[in-house]
Write a protein of this length. Structure first.
Length: 377
């Protein structure tokens, strides 16, 4: 092969040095830049390497090195660095119309005998319906990957009723409470509860090591459940968590007694919670004598979120954070749950982690207009 001589200018060497030391670049561009610097015979190069040495160090063939040198001499610095662009023109098989058909198809009912559409089923159906002569499931996959719409995804959400006056009335009452400024005499506290499944390992997990992920056996043993009671004051960044074995009226009433003790100086506690059947004033009388029950009841003002509107309770946000940061794992005893939750609660309280609630009645009347009853004039 003809011998080609690479002579780089000072500016070209500076560009190659910068390219190899910072930024993100294609692998072939980085390799070509290293070859050019190693082959440089210009006046700014202090040491030149032969092709055999470059081939061994960079783990490339000498023909590759010669091709880079040839492009530099015949086509210039830029072409030697980035490579010659391909002249082949690929005809796009999945155009916008076909992608729209595939999205609509995937949103329809799956064929009989199948729970949902698969990529192969969609490819076969597109050919059957004469949308395209032939198409691979990989082409279908690439089309869905780049689209914003992901038909296979389902968003779990509590769907509120449409045009329901009771729903929007309770929603606006809750939002009015949330927009009140902080007042230590009338604190706003959100309360919720959630079950936690106790799960034990049947085989000892293999811990992670360098180069090896941790391994857990799919088999497990159920050890019952426990109940997580959560109360948080969003404007202050404080929360209180208690773990119990039951979620009866008595357990709820005793948890509220603890909340009242935490706010001894408050005249009245605004308690936001959902409409669970145990969250009733009468539950106090199941747990305490009439005098104490009435005294505790007078400490609270209950604010209920609407049915199918528990997302308005900020205690659900805290429960989600607790689950994600602390309880998203297998724990087999209630004692372990209590110790782990206590450590999480202390750290989060010390950080004064608040909730910045920005959803107001004004925004609800715009974004959730469909939930408001239509007024006939």
């Amino acid at each position: 092969m003809k011998k080609y001589k690479v002579t780089l200018t000072q500016e070209e060497r500076k560009e190659l040095d910068a390219l190899s030391s910072k930024g993100k670049h294609a692998a072939h561009t980085m390799l070509n830049s290293l070859i050019l610097m190693a082959c440089d015979e210009g006046e700014y190069q202090t040491e030149r390497s032969i092709n055999e040495t470059i081939s061994r160090v960079l783990n490339v063939s000498m023909k590759t090195i010669d091709r880079v040198k040839k492009r530099f001499v015949e086509e210039g610095f830029d072409m030697a660095l980035t490579g010659k662009p391909s002249t082949r023109v690929y005809r796009r098989k999945a155009d916008g119309d076909l992608e729209a058909h595939l999205v609509a198809l995937s949103c329809s009912a799956a064929p009989e005998g199948h729970q949902r559409w698969t990529l192969r089923l969609l490819a076969d159906k597109a050919v059957e319906l004469d949308y395209v002569d032939s198409i691979s499931y990989e082409t279908v996959r690439r089309g869905f990957k780049k689209n914003v719409i992901k038909p296979w995804k389902k968003d779990g959400w509590i769907i509120p009723p449409l045009g329901d006056g009771n729903f929007v009335a309770h929603m606006e009452m809750v939002l009015d409470v949330y927009k009140q400024p902080y007042d230590p005499l009338y604190p706003v506290v959100c309360m919720d509860e959630s079950p936690k499944q106790l799960i034990a390992e049947t085989r000892i997990p293999i811990p992670a090591t360098p180069g090896q992920l941790a391994r857990y056996d799919y088999e497990y043993s159920l050890k019952g459940t426990c109940i997580i009671f959560m109360a948080n004051e969003p404007l202050v960044g404080k929360r209180m968590v208690r773990i119990t074995t039951n979620r009866k009226r008595v357990d709820w009433a005793r948890f509220l007694e603890e909340i009242a003790n935490q706010y001894k100086n408050a005249e009245r506690i605004m308690l936001v919670m959902d409409n669970l059947n145990t969250h009733e004033p009468g539950s106090f009388y199941h747990a305490f004598n009439p005098e104490k029950a009435k005294a505790l009841l007078d400490r609270f003002e209950f604010v209920y979120t609407p049915k199918h509107g528990s997302w308005l309770n900020m205690a659900e946000i805290e429960l989600r954070v607790l689950t994600t940061q602390c309880l998203d794992r297998r724990i087999d005893t209630i004692t372990k749950v209590r110790s782990e939750v206590a450590a999480w609660e202390m750290k989060r309280n010390n950080n004064n982690s608040k909730i910045n609630w920005r959803f107001t009645n004004e925004k609800a009347r715009i974004k959730l207009l469909r939930l408001y009853p239509t007024i006939e004039e």
